[in-house]
Design a protein around this ligand. Structure first.
Ligand code: IVH
Length: 718
């Protein structure tokens, strides 16, 4: 291929024409038929070549150029955007009491007196999908979805088509401004769209939120443009300077810049006023013309917001007060027991499908044995179910007057339905209480647990191995190729075996299909066999490459993927930030004071520390991790805020602090990369001592640790 620099304009035009066709064809295959015929790498190469030529010959950019289109519904084709400031979620309040607690927490954290008012803004919680819009010098340069909060998808071209989103800002916005808000569809637009879809024989959407989400994630921005979407601005990400000092002031500025801000936002000074706003919204909800699923309260002062900071993934300065869930009636057709990766037996009610709040529901969780007993839920029962947001629907009540006469109470199994080992409810030694969950005791011999652990390992928040989904894990496990995480990487050494398993699986499937259609078994013709093999080769090749790519992994993803009980994405990140490298982490797990050290991490409590301890105390876990690590390069975790003078230092606060509460001091220090510990040892770097400091001050002197007062500390971190 000729280098882009050497192309003549005639050659460039010809090639752009060819590339447009080739990429469109690949997109069509990928999205329309779900059967890509070129690898992702080759596809990316085509796009890069196209972009390279266009950059050199801007006048030749075609109206149908692939660069006008971004990805499509399959997220693999959207470019990833790392949010410079993470897109957080909100803590939820479900009752008036929860809201009171929220305000109480804010007060306590800030050390405010009961009579000191906390002003909050109350805003409708729009039920759409959040988007982040990046403006540089007032010009929209990038638009992204929230994704997992850290990394979203680049949907700039689609967002540009939304009328409420200004392409250029008015007034004097900050040089860099990321405005965040909600893309949503009005009830009217939703109804019209579904009518149109139905008339064209296309699938309809379940609710306005799904249709808004589906619309912004279209292959072709022209389709997004044809959908009536709206946008409310309500917060921001990266910003070079704050143009206001309050949330309400910021919204005012957003209006000046040309955004639509929800006109119902209100500043409230008391709990009563806040709750009044909530009830007002609840009663007006049906007439608003767009879906809201609650109200969001935010501390108005940005200075206070800054002091309040965050707990794991949500701000301490905001909460979402949700409207009650929507309910419906249906019948339990069966109760099934699923076995999870920790061996938990989870009962699921299979329901006669019913629509709740615009979504068809056919399963509901029954949580555990006690819950079934409490409800006295039986097969054949008519039940009231409810669904709130994205959570799994729940059974709220059994309508016993509709119960069939023949029904019998449900008997919870005491054996694992998969491996038939005993399933038991453990008794907590300390409290003497019985665990709510019954667990399979089969451990490593339980296929359900093995498979679920492997699925968890490759899932999106873990190793995220493209092409290795649940079905494939089940298949490879069944065929003896997979037992533990290291085996996944060992697959790359036996592509022929993988190919064979897949080919057999495909053949079995097609025989099944033929049998179902009442046809004779096929005498596979040479030609179709060849075609199938080619496809398999491609799949295997892509899979091997995807596995190979994940041999380098960040520490937090690795820790999350291990599937330690009580350790999810957030805790994994805390651990990774604390230990920084796999070496330190493993050393820490062997150390005598491991539990104390774990509990010194903000956000990790006794139960979690115990679970981590138990995991590493189990020799087979350590061995399996060892075998896995032979395949991996684990990336160290970067220290947050490297430039801070206290990052990496261990700090102990003692005595009375006068300018901030203990919680605030701790959170602030940690956000600057310091470790806050409860006791002084030779490893302590700084002791911040207020009036009344006692034994810890003495310990500091004993170990020769630097001691400073609160003012000196504040000066240091200013
Ligand atoms: S503020 C750090 N304000 O609710 C604060 N969110 O559960 C970030 N949402 O992901 C969000 N209306 O999609 C905020 N007025 C509002 C909102 C709102 C809807 C959504 C948003 C967010 C989710 C949080």
């Amino acid at each position: 291929m000729k280098a882009v620099e050497k192309l003549t304009s005639v050659e460039a035009a010809k090639e752009l024409d060819r590339l447009a066709k080739q990429i469109a064809e690949a997109d069509r295959k990928y999205h329309g038929e779900d059967a890509p015929d070129i690898s992702d790498a080759d596809y990316d190469a085509l796009r890069r070549r196209n972009a390279g030529i266009e950059a050199r010959f801007p006048l030749l950019v075609r109206p149908d150029s692939p660069s006008h289109r971004v990805g499509a519904k399959a997220s693999a084709r959207f470019a990833k955007v790392t949010h410079r400031v993470p897109m957080l979620s909100l803590d939820n309040a479900f009752s008036d009491e929860d809201v009171g607690d929220f305000l109480g927490r804010v007060r306590r954290f800030l050390g405010l007196k009961d009579d000191e008012a906390v002003i909050v803004t109350a805003e409708p919680k729009i039920d759409g999908l959040s988007a982040s819009l990046r403006y540089e010098h007032g010009v929209l340069v990038q638009g992204a979805t929230r994704g997992d909060g850290q990394e979203g998808e680049d949907i700039t071209a689609n967002l540009r088509t939304i009328g409420d989103i200004p392409l250029r800002l008015k007034g004097k916005p900050p040089a860099v401004l990321e405005v965040r808000g909600e893309v949503y569809m009005t009830h009217k637009a939703f109804a019209a769209l579904n009518e149109r879809q139905a008339a064209e024989g296309k699938p309809t959407y379940a609710n306005p939120r799904n249709s808004a989400a589906g619309s912004v994630r279209q292959l072709d921005p022209a389709i997004t443009a044809s959908r009536a979407l709206n946008f409310f601005a309500y917060t921001w990400g990266e910003i070079t300077e704050l143009p206001a000092k309050t949330q309400s002031g910021m919204l005012e500025k957003f209006r000046d810049y040309g955004f639509i801000v929800n006109p119902l936002v209100k500043r409230c000074e008391t709990l009563e006023e806040i709750l009044q706003f909530y009830r007002d919204m609840e009663s007006r909800r049906a007439r608003l013309g767009y879906d809201i699923d609650g109200v969001v309260y935010k501390v108005d002062s940005l200075a206070l917001q800054e002091r309040l900071g965050f707990v794991s993934r949500s701000p301490r300065w905001a909460t979402a007060h949700k409207f009650p869930a929507e309910q419906a009636q249906t019948v339990i057709e069966a109760i099934e027991i699923q076995v999870g990766r920790t061996g938990k037996l989870a009962p699921v009610a299979r329901l006669k499908p019913v629509t709740v709040g615009g979504v068809v529901v056919s399963n509901a969780t029954l949580h555990n044995e006690d819950q079934i007993e409490r409800l006295d839920a039986r097969i054949g029962d008519t039940v009231l179910i409810q669904r709130a947001g994205d959570v799994i629907p729940q059974i709220v009540q059994v309508l016993t007057d509709k119960r069939p006469k023949t029904s019998k109470p449900y008997k919870f199994p005491d054996r694992c339905p998969i491996c038939h080992s005993h399933a038991v409810r453990e008794v907590d030694e300390k409290t003497g209480k019985m665990d709510v969950d019954r667990r399979c005791t089969g451990g490593l011999i339980c296929d359900a647990q093995t498979v679920e652990r492997l699925k968890y390992f490759v899932a999106r928040d873990g190793f995220d191995i493209e092409g290795l989904g649940g079905t494939m894990i089940e298949l490879f496990h069944e065929k003896g190729l997979l037992k533990e995480p290291a085996d996944i990487f060992a697959l790359t050494e036996k592509p022929e075996k993988v190919s064979k398993v897949l080919a057999e699986h495909r053949a079995a499937l097609s025989e099944e299909r033929r049998a179902a259609e009442g046809k004779e078994p096929s005498k596979t013709s040479g030609k179709t066999k060849k075609k199938g093999e080619d496809r398999e080769d491609k799949v295997v090749e892509n899979l091997m490459a995807a596995i190979e790519r994940r041999r380098t992994i960040s520490l937090d993803r690795l820790v999350n993927a291990l599937g330690i009980r009580h350790v999810g994405e957030t805790t994994a990140r805390l651990l990774a930030r604390h230990y920084r490298s796999i070496g330190h982490l493993l050393d820490g797990m062997k150390a005598e004071n491991m539990r104390e050290e774990l509990e010194s991490i903000d956000g990790i409590g006794g139960v979690v520390a115990e679970a981590i301890h138990d995991f590493f105390a189990e020799p087979h876990n350590v061995k399996a991790l060892d075998r896995l690590l032979q395949w991996l390069t684990v990336e160290d975790m970067a220290a947050p805020a490297k430039s801070s003078p206290v990052s990496g230092k261990t700090v102990v606060f003692t005595g009375t602090l006068e300018k901030m509460t203990r919680a605030e001091a701790k959170a602030r220090a940690e956000s600057l990369g310091a470790k806050v510990s409860g006791s002084v040892s030779a490893k302590t770097d700084i002791v911040v001592a207020g009036p009344g400091a006692g034994s810890k001050l003495k310990d500091a002197q004993k170990h020769g640790v630097e001691v400073m007062d609160e003012d000196a500390w504040l000066k240091l971190i200013a």
